[in-house]
Each structure stands twice: as structure tokens, then as C-alpha cells.
Design a protein around this ligand. Structure first.
Ligand SMILES: C[S@@+](CC[C@H](N)C(=O)[O-])C[C@H]1O[C@@H](n2cnc3c(N)ncnc32)[C@H](O)[C@@H]1O
Length: 322
């Protein structure tokens, strides 16, 4: 029988399906992914114990010690120009205060491991973004006395700032505002505040596309962050079909696949859950590896891949010699 490493290599090769789904703890599996293989890790690890009823979790007190070795294995499998995209919500402790394990993770990866903290995006969650405009609350109204957390951070790390990216792939159409801002003025217009900021509005308005901002929303069916998305509200949209308790929308992997990978590059999600990243990688012409330690999550991922005709090689790590 082929080793896990041999199977992964075969699964990604021209003779294989291009997508590999593995049942196992990513701590045991990632070391079998050859170095210099993955162009983008796009993942959302379990956050402390808030999902203990569905797929378990890790107590926030030991969270960093649990996650760090797994992240370090990811870095070893990255290409020199690759990125590591990690959606991780800090969560709240029993006294209601915010945990800081995500900040500790950022600090450790930058200070101890020397990674570049390339960008931070904010995922404005679908079931909030339609209400947030009016500052209204959905669910839980009246409970608690702190503001509701409607965004989750998405941290992007790279070996250095020379990581591969294509901002043109995620630019937004400039929009009608550009012509109204020109307002008959040409040449550089400086801010009236005296700050020294300013721009040539005519030149800016001539651009067809603008750089995306760092908010990823998931309930829009128009071009937002450069990606045409169908409504994928987390609790009730397409992802809910697979009944995983902590899905992210396809918008998130799609954004980073477009921005930080090329056709046929390998994308890996070591906490693949219901298979969102693998499905999106297939849809967008990339190869992928997905890993999950929960047989239940793996079943959901399989169903999703099968429903979408994604070819994949399945490996049950417990049945394979390392
Ligand atoms: C936040 S969910 C990911 C959901 C996924 N982004 C999606 O859209 O469906 C985290 C997943 O990590 C899995 N998990 C927890 N510990 C793991 C480990 N040590 N190795 C691999 N997967 C693990 C859980 O079973 C769960 O499915």
C-alpha cells in the first residue's frame, strides 16, 4: 500500500484527480505534504470550545500551544511565494471578555517565526451585514451588554512581502461615484483639511477598476471585492445544505484563490469541514488538499464534492501506513 505522502503526490499529479481529501488530525497529515507544494493555505481552525457539541474544540487556555505546531507544518509545505490565510475568531471567555489567542498567534508568527503579517481582512458575516447598516441586531437582541461581534478577522501571512499576488484579479469596478467626485475639477486636488492628502480625481475616475477594501461580505449577489458571489449567508445559504456548524462562505476562499494563486496551483485547507475550500478550488481551476479529523465533517465534505462532481482521492489516514 502506498504511504500517505505517495498518495497525496499521486492525487495531485496529472494521473490523479487533482483533489485529495484526508481523514485525520492535520498534525499527523501535514508532515506528509511535500515542502514547496501549497501555494495557499486557506483555513478556519476550530475556535476554542464553542462548537464542542458538534466537532469538539480546544480550550482557549491551551489554544496557542495546540494551533502553533499545526501552523508551523503548514508553513513548511508552503511554496516560497505562498500565503497562509487564517480566519480565526477570538471568541469570548466565560466572563464575557474577549480572548486574545488570535493576537498571540499573530505576535508569535511574526516575532518568533519571522513571517510577514501581510494583511488583515474582516469578514462581515452574512447574517449581520444586511442589518448592520441600520445598526439593528439580529437574534439575541436584549441579551448581554456589549456590542455584538459581527466581523471575524482573516489574517494573511507570507514568508515575506514578495509573496505572489494579483490585485487586478480582485479589483472592483470603479462605480458611478468616480464621475461625481470629479465635479468639474482637474489636476491634483488636495484635501481641504490641510493634511497633504489629495489625488488627481480625473485620473482616478479614468480607472475602470479600484483596489478592493479589506471587508469581505458574504450576502451580496453583485460584485463586491472583485468577486461575483451568489448569496451564501452562513446560516441558511448554500453552505447550510451540508449542516456543518461553522462553515465559511465560498466568498472567502474564492477571494484568496483569485488574489494569491494561479491556475492549477495547490490550495490546502487542513480544517476543511464541509469542504468549502476544496469545492471552491475545483470550481476556480485549482488543485486542492482538504484534511479533517472528524468523520462527520468528512462525510459532509464528501457529499458536497460528490454533489458538485469534484473528482478526489480519499485517504483514511488510520488505514494507511505513514
Ligand atoms: C471552523 S470548522 C471549518 C469549516 C470549514 N471552513 C467549512 O466551510 O465547512 C473547523 C473544522 O476543523 C476540524 N478539526 C478540528 N480539529 C482538527 C484537527 N486536529 N485536524 C483536522 N481537522 C480538525 C473540525 O472537525 C471542523 O470541521
Amino acid at each position: 500500500m502506498k504511504s500517505i505522502r505517495q498518495q497525496i503526490i499521486h492525487g495531485l499529479s496529472n494521473d490523479g484527480p487533482g483533489h485529495v481529501l484526508v481523514l485525520g488530525d492535520c498534525l499527523d497529515i501535514l508532515e506528509h505534504v511535500p515542502s514547496n507544494t501549497v501555494q495557499a493555505f486557506i483555513t478556519s481552525p476550530p475556535y476554542d470550545t464553542r462548537r464542542k457539541a458538534t466537532y469538539g474544540g480546544v480550550h482557549e487556555a491551551g489554544y496557542l500551544e495546540w494551533l502553533l505546531p499545526r501552523i508551523r507544518l503548514m508553513v513548511m509545505a508552503l511554496t516560497p511565494t505562498g500565503v497562509l490565510v487564517c480566519n480565526i475568531s477570538p471568541g469570548r471567555k466565560s466572563d464575557g471578555s474577549l480572548s486574545i489567542y488570535d493576537m498571540q498567534l499573530v505576535s508569535t508568527l511574526v516575532v518568533e517565526d519571522g513571517l510577514a503579517f501581510a494583511q488583515k481582512l474582516n469578514w462581515l458575516k452574512g447574517n449581520f451585514s444586511k442589518f448592520v447598516k441600520n445598526n439593528t441586531l439580529m437574534g439575541g437582541a436584549g441579551t448581554g451588554s456589549v456590542h455584538r461581534d459581527c466581523c471575524e478577522p482573516i489574517y494573511v501571512f507570507a514568508r515575506n512581502m514578495k509573496f505572489y499576488r494579483d490585485i487586478n484579479a480582485v479589483k472592483n469596478p470603479i462605480g458611478d461615484w468616480a464621475s461625481t467626485r470629479v465635479n468639474g475639477k482637474s489636476g491634483r486636488v488636495n484635501s481641504s483639511t490641510g493634511s497633504g492628502f489629495g489625488c488627481d480625481r480625473v485620473k482616478a475616475a479614468e480607472n475602470e477598476f479600484a483596489r478592493p477594501h479589506n471587508v469581505v461580505r458574504d450576502d451580496f449577489d453583485e460584485c463586491e471585492n472583485g468577486i461575483i458571489v451568489t448569496p451564501t449567508a452562513t446560516n441558511g445559504g448554500e453552505n447550510n445544505t451540508y449542516k456543518h456548524s461553522a462553515v465559511f462562505p465560498t466568498t472567502i476562499p474564492a477571494h484568496f484563490i483569485a488574489y494569491a494563486t494561479r491556475a492549477m496551483d495547490v490550495v490546502c485547507d487542513p480544517f476543511v469541514g464541509s469542504g468549502t475550500t476544496m469545492y471552491t478550488a475545483f470550481r476556480d481551476g485549482r488543485r486542492s488538499i482538504g484534511i479533517d479529523s472528524s468523520p462527520d465533517s468528512i462525510e459532509k465534505a464528501k457529499q458536497r464534492l460528490n454533489d458538485n462532481n469534484v473528482p478526489y482521492l480519499f485517504i483514511d489516514a488510520s488505514k494507511v501506513l505513514a
